[in-house]
Design a protein around this ligand. Structure first.
Ligand code: NAD
Ligand code: UDP
Length: 350
């Protein structure tokens, strides 16, 4: 049987590069479109090094319709995994138009090109940030949406667009309906166990795990813990940290599911990808010190605006319908993050 070809937008990025590895190892052909706005080409060289297989790479912006159309003409694309997007919450508050243009308009162009090519199977990178206020810290897919910043709203808008596409198919009784999985990631951390690919933030990291790694290696003096007076077990914020390799395996399960009976008539469905357990900032720091033997100095700072006290996934739907669950524990996440950091203290160099 011919290998199926998966188009990975944003495939040179943190999660996308890990997805490329798992896809190649699962027997897919991989085509990447990335404008390298937040990544380096070296990540894909490393993917080749890990897998011994080649990725077809196009440096292009997903908003460039003719470039994207050319890729669809060149390859027999079976499914698109759509990672391309900007993801920094603070930056999205400063540059909302840039975020909406890149994320929302970029997705519209991608969907138009897919429709024209009659390729209608999509796995989309959504985020737990689409959820609104809730009485429970454990979020299920049916909980109301209500993102509180432009980044989160760009994800929620895209989700709405995708649901509208599926709804239009049922009105029009389309013979080739859209099949779409919206994967709501909780907090992806860690790196491939080879230490060859990982998260390579620009400048000072915003997220906890890369910040802790850079403190441990001596590039930053200490971690600022944003609040220790939350109503959580130790007062610090609680999140659902998930190993990036577990996360990308969820995408392969989603591709399988989209091809099965459940999506025979098409559809658009959201799935949480998380471990289903929360972990506090102090627990992360303590585990990091235990696993790496390095000191991670910290101080307590004021709460960060917009942060929730506690947020973790109910991952039961993904288990039931995608046959997926996270397998790696926090020690493995930390050990792999540290291997990447210590093997690549300056991240990718080119
Ligand atoms: P990343 O920045 O490492 O990867 C995104 C990639 O998309 C980058 O390589 C970037 O160059 C590319 N890109 C951005 N805009 C593009 C455009 N217009 N055209 C072509 N390429 C473009 O981020 P990541 O952490 O790998 O995240 C991947 C996806 O998952 C993003 O959509 C992000 O919003 C989503 N997500 C990430 C997290 C997280 O914590 N990392 C959590 C939830 C959701
Ligand atoms: N956090 C922190 N110091 C940092 C970065 C993050 O205390 O330098 C906390 C943050 O308040 C939250 C948790 O770590 O409780 C995870 O934050 P991150 O930005 O990694 O992910 P988020 O869940 O906010 O998307």
């Amino acid at each position: 049987m011919n290998k199926q070809t998966i188009l990975v937008t944003g495939g040179a990025g943190y999660i996308g590069s890990h997805a490329c590895v798992e896809l190649l190892q699962a027997g897919f052909e991989v085509v990447v479109v990335d404008n390298l706005a937040n990544s380096k080409l070296e990540s894909l060289d490393r993917v080749r090094q890990i897998t011994g297989q080649n990725v077809r790479f196009y440096q292009a912006d997903i908003r460039d319709k003719s470039a994207l159309t050319a890729v669809f003409n060149q390859h027999d694309i079976h499914t698109v995994i759509h990672f391309a997007g900007l993801k920094a919450v603070g930056e999205s508050c400063q540059q909302p138009l840039h975020y909406y243009h890149n994320n929302v308009y970029g997705t519209l162009v991608l969907l138009e090109v897919m429709a024209e090519a009659n390729i209608k199977q999509l796995v989309f990178s959504s985020s737990a940030t689409v959820y609104g206020e809730s009485d429970s810290p454990q979020y299920s897919e049916h909980f109301p949406l209500g993102p509180i910043n432009p980044y989160g709203r760009s994800k929620a808008m895209i989700e709405d667009i995708l649901r509208d596409l599926a709804a239009a198919d049922s009105i029009n009784q389309s013979s080739s309906p859209w099949k779409m999985a919206l994967l709501r990631y909780f907090n992806p951390i860690g790196a491939h166990e080879s230490g060859l690919i990982g998260e390579d933030p620009n400048g000072i990291p915003n997220n906890l795990m890369p910040y802790v790694s850079q403190v441990a290696i001596g590039k930053l003096p200490r971690v600022s813990i944003f609040g220790d007076d939350y109503p959580t077990r130790d007062g610090t914020g609680v999140r659902d940290y998930i190993h990036v390799v577990d996360l990308v395996k969820g995408h392969i399960k989603a591709i399988d599911t989209l091809q099965g009976d459940a999506f025979r008539q098409g559809g658009c469905k959201a799935y949480n990808l998380g471990v289903g357990r929360g972990c506090s900032v102090l627990e992360i720091i303590n585990t990091f010190e235990k696993v790496t033997g390095r000191k991670v100095p910290y101080n307590i700072s004021p709460r960060r605006a917009g942060d929730l006290a506690e947020c973790y996934a109910n991952p039961e739907l993904a288990l039931k319908e995608l046959q997926w669950q996270a397998e790696k524990n926090l020690e493995a996440m930390v050990a792999d993050a540290w291997r990447w950091q210590s093997m690549n203290p300056d991240g990718y160099v080119r």
